[in-house]
Design a protein around this ligand. Structure first.
Ligand code: AMP
Ligand code: GLY
Length: 418
């Protein structure tokens, strides 16, 4: 069936909940001989050897991979991709999951993606690009409301303002360094579509949806994601098909025609408008915490799947996912997303997992005395499956009651609207 060798040394780049979920599934494969993760975290250390490495330095990654005779590299976050780490690895003959620097422009530059959409009639909000805030000033001052003001480059999810007054738009603009994109405001529920491609074959993953706002009821500031569910109750198979055919496949075709084919995971953030799905943005990686619920539902061998994606043989591998639903709830450190308080002690994970959940670690580390402590903003992802979202949700929250951590907070309504 698949041509994946049966004894691979694999390196995962990243150290969050997404990478823990990937490492967890990779380590379960009989084809995985050795698993390393840079930098990893305290939870990943239970599945993989965690190593220190400058993961956004292409030469350093190639040197490490050569020294450790790594067969396959899986790149979790966008920063190494945007820095050209996948290009350097491919040039060195190493199998890698993740797009080239040129293809990572889909995430690294909103202006690039908007121009591509315009050129190929891919549905997205009407927009104008500006070289800098000063050039955009008049346009934002008189734009019909609401007006959406975005930094063109990577901003860790913080570069977007949906302004309901022109003054608010101008204030957002004043914060932006470098190129700017100003957009029409789209209305509708949001949904995400994930695919994996080797550059030719496209495998659509189950739908998943994160909860971006900090507080219950979708209140408070945007975060990296406070929880996720899969399947997404909003992205029906019909809408998913439309989004694939009108947005994702034309994008992949356009990237190929430019001579910069996309390989790896592509995440399309969509607005489900009255006129159909429209593209909000691309990410050139799996979502975090969406990967956690997708990996919870994955039934087939992840090494086989990722090896196929990395070696142009995805046509021979069809991933299988459980029909069960999955829910993940993020436990974040107090003060997240502004000033997370780190160093607080966490206990009770074994008792939580005894109920049948998987607790993925995001920002954790072990002290010299062996205590588990918070070491980042998002700290734990309590992940459960069930026949439907409400069953998975009930299990996740029941398990969370076993976790003893006074330094954390979490949303109580993940998956509730489903
Ligand atoms: P982005 O970083 O581009 O995903 O934007 C972050 C969030 O801003 C999205 O998840 C949407 O909630 C919102 N957003 C971005 N662009 C638009 C738009 N054109 N219309 C309405 N909301 C938007
Ligand atoms: N959960 C949103 C992201 O990974 O960008």
């Amino acid at each position: 069936m698949s041509g994946a060798p049966d004894s691979l040394a694999i390196l995962v780049l990243g150290g969050g909940g997404r990478e823990h979920a990937l490492c967890w599934r990779l380590a379960q494969s009989p084809r995985c001989r050795r698993l390393l993760c840079a930098p990893g975290n305290a939870g990943i250390a239970e599945e993989a050897e965690c190593v220190a490495l400058a993961i956004t330095d292409p030469a350093a990654v190639v040197e490490f991979v050569t020294e450790y005779a790594i067969d396959l590299v899986v790149i979790g976050p966008e920063a190494p991709l945007v820095a050209g780490v996948a290009d350097a690895l491919r040039a060195a003959g190493v199998a890698v999951v993740g797009p080239s620097q040129a293809a990572a422009e889909l995430e690294a530059s909103k202006g690039f993606t908007k121009d591509l959409c315009a050129e190929h009639e891919i549905p997205t909000a009407r927009f104008r690009r500006f070289a800098g805030a000063a050039d955009a000033h008049h346009y934002v001052a008189v734009h019909p409301l609401p007006v959406v003001v975005k930094a063109d480059g990577l901003a860790g999810g913080k570069g977007v303002t949906v302004a309901t007054t022109n003054e608010e738009g101008l204030a957002a603009l004043a914060e932006i360094q470098g190129p700017v994109v100003v957009e029409q405001c789209l209305v509708g529920p949001e949904a995400s579509l994930f695919i994996l491609t080797d550059g030719e074959t496209v495998r659509v993953l189950p739908s998943a949806q994160d909860h971006k706002r900090l507080r219950d009821g979708d209140e408070g500031p945007n975060t990296g994601g406070m929880g996720a569910v899969s399947p997404s109750p909003r992205l029906t198979p019909a809408l998913q098909k439309q989004a694939l055919e009108r947005i994702v496949l034309p994008t992949l075709a356009a990237m190929k025609a430019r001579g910069t084919p996309f390989q790896g995971f592509l995440y399309a953030g969509l607005m489900l408008t009255a006129e159909g799905p429209m593209l909000i943005e691309y990410n050139v990686r799996l979502g975090d915490p969406e990967a956690q619920v997708l990996m919870m539902r994955l039934e087939s061998d992840l090494v086989e799947l990722l090896w196929a994606a990395a070696t142009g043989t995805l046509a021979s591998v069809e991933p299988r996912f459980s029909s069960d639903a999955a829910v993940t709830v993020v436990m974040a450190a107090k003060g997240y997303p502004w000033n997370p308080v780190v160093g607080t002690v966490i206990d009770g994970l074994a008792a939580a997992e005894a109920l049948g959940v998987k607790v993925f670690h995001a920002g954790t580390r072990r002290t010299e005395a062996g205590r588990l402590v918070a070491a980042g903003g998002r700290v734990l992802n309590v992940t459960a499956s069930g026949h439907d979202i409400s069953e998975a949700r009930a299990l996740a929250y029941a398990a969370m009651r076993k976790i003893n951590w006074h330094g954390g907070h979490f949303r109580r309504d993940i998956g509730k609207s489903a």
